[in-house]
Design a protein. Structure first.
Length: 86
């Protein structure tokens, strides 16, 4: 085998290792997200956050600008209180 064969073989091996490391990292991140969601999330929280995100998207679209932190906080608080009273 010539030098070029080893060079190509090294490139293929390097790419395979890089893909494996990337896939392994993504799998760890997905497991951590699933565990955190199971431990810290509730149905009420999920529904209120989903509604808050939808309201923020509507408001951003209607105002055609980004919302301030205070506006976002008010929307989140309003959605939480709405679902908390049910």
């Amino acid at each position: 085998m010539g030098v070029y064969h080893y060079f190509i073989l090294g490139i293929v091996l390097g790419l395979a290792i890089a893909i494996y490391v990337f896939a392994n990292r993504e799998e760890k991140i997905q497991k951590e997200i699933f565990l955190n969601k199971r431990l810290f999330s509730t149905k009420k929280l999920d529904k209120s956050l989903e509604k808050a995100v939808n309201l923020m998207q509507l408001q951003i679209h209607s105002l055609q600008r980004e919302l301030t932190e205070e506006e976002k906080d008010n929307i989140i608080y309003k959605c939480y209180m709405e679902y908390n009273q049910k």
